[in-house]
Each structure stands twice: as C-alpha cells, then as structure tokens.
Design a protein around this ligand. Structure first.
Ligand code: RNT
Ligand code: ZN
Length: 425
C-alpha cells in the first residue's frame, strides 16, 4: 500500500491528461511552471499546538485561541520542531516559506519579556531557513501572556498594558526587518490580537479608538517596510470574545484602506456560511496586495486542517482569474492537535497547492468569452466537465518533477516517521 507509481506510469497518465486539457486550450506545462513559483507560508504552530518555547515566570490564563486534541509526540523543543518541519517540507512539492510567532524565540532558558525580544533570539531559525533557501514570515504574539489575561492588549484601557503591547509590536517589526534583510526579501509580519468582550460591552467605541491609536504608534516606528511587510487580521468572534471583537472586519478594512498596511483575511474569521473568495476582487480593487490565512472552520473558527473543498477551489479560482497570484501572500493557519501533526501540515499544504493547480488548469479565456457572448449554458457545462478532468495526473507529474512522493506514497513516509520518531518521544 501507498507505493509510488513508477515514473513511466506517471508520465503516461500525464501525457493523456495533457492532451485532454490541450483540447480546451489549457497548457499544463505552463500551469506547472507557474505553480512552482507560488510560495506558501508553512506555519510553525501546527507542529506544537501553538505553545511555543517561551520561558515564563508568571502563569497564563487567557487564551483567545486553542488547539484541541492530544495526539502524542508534539514538538517540545525548537530542534524537534525544526526536525518535524523538515520532514513535512520533504513531502511537499514547490516553494515554501516558514511562518514564526514571537513565542518561538530561543532565549537560552532566560525570561525575556516580549517587548525586549531581539533578532538574535531568532538567529537559529534564520540560519535554519537560510540553509534551506526558505524565507521567513513572522507574527507578534498578543496572547498566552499575563498581560493578555483579561482579554485586551493593544486596545487595553490601562495605558501601561497598552503601551507594553505597542512595544512588543515594534520589537517584532524590528525582528521582521532583520529577517527580511537576512533573506534579502520581505518578511510578512501579521498582527492579530484577541481583544474583545464575552458579553455586551456598553462601550464598543473606546477600545477601537485605542486600537487605532496603538496601530498608528506601532507603524510610526522607524522600520524598513521593504523588509517588514505589516498586515492586520480581523476576526468575528473568539473564545471569550463572542459578543465583541475590537479588531472586526470593518475595523481593519477601514484601517487598511486608509493606511499602507495589508489586510489579512482568515477563512475562519467570518460568519459560518460566509466565504472569502468574493472579497478578493473587492479588496484588491483598492489595495495593492493582501495576506490570506488559509484555514478551515467547521461550525466555528475551529482551524481544521485544510482540504481541497469548494472554499479552496473558489478562492484560488478568484485569484487566478483575476491574475492576482503575485498580489496575494498565501499563509496557512490551522492547528489540529488530534492527528499526526506532520500529516496535518502535509495534507493542508498539498491541498492548497492542488487548489492553485486546479485554478491554473482552468480555460479562463474560453470561459470569459462564453460569458461575454451570453452563452451561459456552455460556460456552466465546461465548468462541470472540468470537475472530473484528470487534475491528479498533472499533480503527480508535478510531484515527480519536484522529487517529492506522488499520489499516496507520502503517507508511508509519514507513518514511518510517526513510528520511529514521534512515538519515541
Ligand atoms: C487567531 C488568528 C491568528 C492565529 C495565529 C496563531 O484566530 O487566526 O492568525 O491563528 O496567529
Ligand atoms: Zn489567522
């Protein structure tokens, strides 16, 4: 089981698929070379259930986000996390980035407050990424901290707490800038805060005014924005902030439209039946670029492992049809602690790549022409027929070209690593 098909079999199937797509005017070779150049930012936090390695001297009660499940063998040191990420990376074709959070700092056993973090605390991560030719992205951590215990950070009414978090954000902007310099390419720095109220706050105004003020202060700090590309991430509700989230979609959309920072759209941060694919063309009409958190909510912002569902298909169709792949930063954001974590990384990332490939294999011009001519039945028929086209044969060829297991073969690698490494911890 889970054996790799031979090279000849993959090539034969690919050749048949290539001809089938060619009949519709789709160039599979062009699609494959385009796919190869689209980076996906692999999130470190799937490897350890968003715990990080921070050395703390005070208890943390507030959460804001939560990974559920108790699958054994989660990475409990930076070296374990890097080894696990290496394993996942070896099973994923195409270009990757790696996304860190401030709580993944390495401080040699010492307590280093978050507003004191320095690029040196990420030196090992930078060396690891450089050796693999991978660029880093970064996030301040505004949760899992005593000063976040009561549910407010950048919008806190207590000036000493609010300014602490502003200093943390500025420290992270400097770290992102250093990462960017070291990789000679931008580092995307995403700001998400848990701020909000469980039940009906009377004053929904002041926290928003304070958040806007904090953002202005953070972004006024002198940081080279060629290297540090800031984004702000909205949310509908969280655990303990069911009624009111300070950084709502409208809030950050407003902020991003009146400031240079990017907007981040997380697929799990809207109403349960609300999807983000129709937001892409609206946001990119007014902004040059965008950050995506590719996730999968089930009934709520549950951060399930991404799979190739309609949400993913529609999302990348919108991006490819609008020729916007260059303008969208694709980052993953899910954390399932109930299954093998390397499996989670690989399943989710390969699903996103398949979603992009699926969109690249669409005869966009043909469909647009039929639509312009008013031939809606033909358009719908082509879209339907495409659903059973052999995208898998093209995908397998991609994996073969990139030296990564094709089809189900990677599952055997995951199982062996589970037995030999994960379950030995
Ligand atoms: C939380 C946000 C945020 C986090 C990561 C860990 O709801 O989605 O992006 O998941 O920063
Ligand atoms: Zn997110």
């Amino acid at each position: 089981m889970f054996k790799q098909p031979t090279k000849a079999v993959i090539q034969r199937r690919y050749e048949a698929a290539r001809l089938q797509y060619r009949d519709l005017g789709v160039d599979t070779e062009a699609a494959l070379s385009r796919l190869q150049s689209v980076p996906i930012s692999l999130h470190c936090w799937q490897g350890d259930d968003v715990r990080g390695f921070e050395v703390r001297d005070q208890a943390v009660t507030g959460g804001g986000i939560m990974a559920t499940g108790n699958y054994p063998g989660a990475a409990r040191s930076p070296d374990q996390l890097r080894a696990d990420a290496d394993k996942a990376i070896s099973l994923i074709p195409g270009k990757l980035r790696f996304n860190l959070h401030a709580i993944y700092a390495e401080t040699a056993g010492k307590v280093v407050e978050r507003d004191q973090l320095q690029p040196q605390h990420f030196a090992a991560w930078m060396a690891w990424a450089k050796a693999r030719g991978i660029c880093l992205d970064f996030n301040p951590t505004f949760f899992a901290h005593p000063k976040a215990n009561d549910g407010y950070t950048l919008s806190h009414a207590d000036e000493s707490i609010r300014s602490f978090w502003v200093r943390h954000a500025i420290a992270c902007r400097r770290i992102a800038e250093a990462m960017g310099r070291s990789q000679k390419a931008p580092c995307v720095l995403n700001h998400w805060i848990p701020d909000g109220a469980k039940d009906q706050p009377i004053d929904r105004w002041s926290p928003r005014r304070r958040l806007a003020q904090s953002l202005d202060e953070m972004f006024a700090a002198k940081v080279n924005t060629t290297y540090c590309k800031d984004a702000v991430e909205s949310k509908l509700f969280g655990i303990g902030s069911e009624d009111y989230v300070v950084g709502s979609h409208e809030f950050y959309l407003g902020y991003a439209l009146t400031h240079p920072q990017m907007l981040c759209l997380d697929m799990g941060h809207f109403h349960p039946t609300e999807t983000i694919h129709d937001k892409i063309s609206s946001v990119l009409t007014f902004k040059p670029d965008l950050l995506l958190h590719v996730s999968r909510g089930i009934r709520w912002d549950s951060d399930h492992v991404v799979i190739l569902n309609d949400d993913i298909r529609c999302l990348f169709q919108q991006i490819v049809r609008g020729d916007a792949l260059e303008r969208v930063n694709i980052a993953l954001d899910f954390f399932d602690a109930s299954i093998n974590r390397i499996g989670a990384w690989v399943i989710g990332t390969r699903a996103v790549q398949k979603g992009i490939l699926n969109a690249l294999l669409e005869p966009c011009g043909l469909l647009a022409d039929m639509e312009a001519a008013g031939d809606m039945a033909s358009k719908l028929a082509v879209l339907e027929e495409l659903k059973t086209f052999p995208v898998g044969a093209v995908w397998d060829m991609y994996c073969l070209n990139r030296g990564v297991p094709a089809g189900t073969a990677w599952i055997a690698d995951m199982q062996a690593y589970d037995k030999d490494v994960i379950r030995q911890r």
